[in-house]
Design a protein around this ligand. Structure first.
Ligand SMILES: [Zn+2]
Length: 203
């Protein structure tokens, strides 16, 4: 398992970042919006589906799409009108992509290892106050304090939903997430990402 991991320091140069940005734009243009960030505890080992164009893959065991348009933050989504909605969606998705890329660059510079697992950018051995509990997703990248390992399909799906939340709600997502409180069991965004998949036990 470990042998076929792709370490991706090669993917952190300007050309690769540009490539990632282009991919995000294309995906958003095709799908309307993309995957988004938050906190998770350790996960169980599981199979990993590697994808070179992973922005398009959501390898969840439970792959239904969460609909935020009827939730408490519906008014914080991009407008649905074609004119402003498309530009808003593309802008937010691009911001999530560049935010994640920036975190990866800083993480690698500090000694972390970043790779893709089933379409999700993951950096291991990240030492930062920004990383809470079992890890934190910023933009399109999951930052983990743990050593390199297979996250497992459930945790990848959980963090990919956080990526999607970043893309849908934009930079304000961080404030919205914090406003939901530090208890993951009562946090709307954790609930939508899947508490069990995220490794939380909520009685
Ligand atoms: Zn989470």
């Amino acid at each position: 398992m470990r042998a076929d991991r792709r370490t991706v320091s090669w993917a952190l140069g300007p050309r690769a970042v540009a490539r990632a940005l282009c991919a995000a734009v294309v995906v958003c243009a095709l799908l309307g919006a993309g995957p988004a960030a938050a906190v998770s505890p350790p996960a169980q080992p599981a199979t990993r589906l590697t994808s070179l164009t992973g922005l398009t893959s959501l390898p969840a065991a439970d792959a239904q799409t969460v609909d935020y348009s009827s939730g408490p933050y519906a008014d914080r989504l991009c407008p649905t009108t074609p004119a402003s909605g498309v530009a808003c969606s593309l802008g937010r998705s691009l911001l999530a992509t560049t935010q994640g890329a920036g975190h990866r660059v800083r993480a690698v510079e500090a000694g972390a290892t970043c790779e893709r697992q089933a379409g999700l950018w993951v950096c291991f051995d990240v030492r930062s106050f920004l990383v809470q509990r079992g890890g934190t997703t910023y933009g399109d990248t999951f930052l983990s304090p743990d050593g390199q390992r297979d996250l497992g399909a459930d945790l990848v799906a959980h963090e990919s939903e956080h990526v999607r939340q970043w893309r849908l709600f934009g930079p304000d997502f961080s404030l919205m997430y914090l406003a939901e409180g530090v208890d993951p069991c009562g946090n709307y965004f954790e609930q939508q990402a899947g508490l069990v998949a995220g490794g939380y036990s909520c009685g």
